[in-house]
Write a protein that binds this ligand. Sequence first.
Ligand code: ZN
Length: 267
Amino acid sequence: MTGHRPYISALWHAVPSNIQALLSQYIHAGIEAYKANGCPMGETPTIFFRADDIAIPSTPCKTMMQIFAEQNTPLGLAVVPAWSSPSHVATLLSVAPEKNELWCWHQHGWAHENNAKQGRKCEFGSDRTSAECADELQQGYSTLHSLFGDQFCPLFTPPWNRISDANIELLKQTGFKAISRSASAPPQTILPDIPVNVDLHTRNELTAASGWKNLLDELREGIASGRCGVMLHHDRMNTAAADFLQLLLIILKSYPVQSVPINFYML
Ligand SMILES: [Zn+2]
């Protein structure tokens, strides 16, 4: 797929045998740290899940959605408008038809193309004219609005989690109410930001051990902050990653961490 080289991160080739105990330990530590902080975001920390690069109803995509449906856990689906079609959307909506209220369909760029002339990948950076960007953003909004109707949420996840402030301004003019990027993205005050801080599937660590250490640290720190955002990429999930996702959703239910839809923070 454009801009994404499908490969499996090192950690998904070597899941620790005590992963259940580790997950419990880090979730617990996150909750304790949140309490020690005086619960700044309310009594219970929240967690939300955002899946990027949605459009084609491939087997990995459907498997991921089924895991969320089985666990009754909300999932924000960031849809690439230029890859979408009425038949794709019909198939996505039929994966778990009785659970469609779990999904938050929103926009992921326009065509997921890298338009940066140099440096890090970015679709809506500073290398194109404002008119060109405005046209694509509007086209994406109209496409998804007509495909999803009332189920389309005016939230924008930029591909590679990067977007210029000028384009965030265009998003606001187009009718978007919030954006979702990485927690490390440069601060801006144009639209509310719903940051993700846990990256499950596009990790670059060379060893599984360092991947697990960093992933679990991100989970603990997200929970400790009171708002944990988890990013998923179904194309990079193997069976171990799917099993882990299911385990994570199950274990979370036994802790005072509330799983909320991504648009919970927009209400
Ligand atoms: Zn993407």
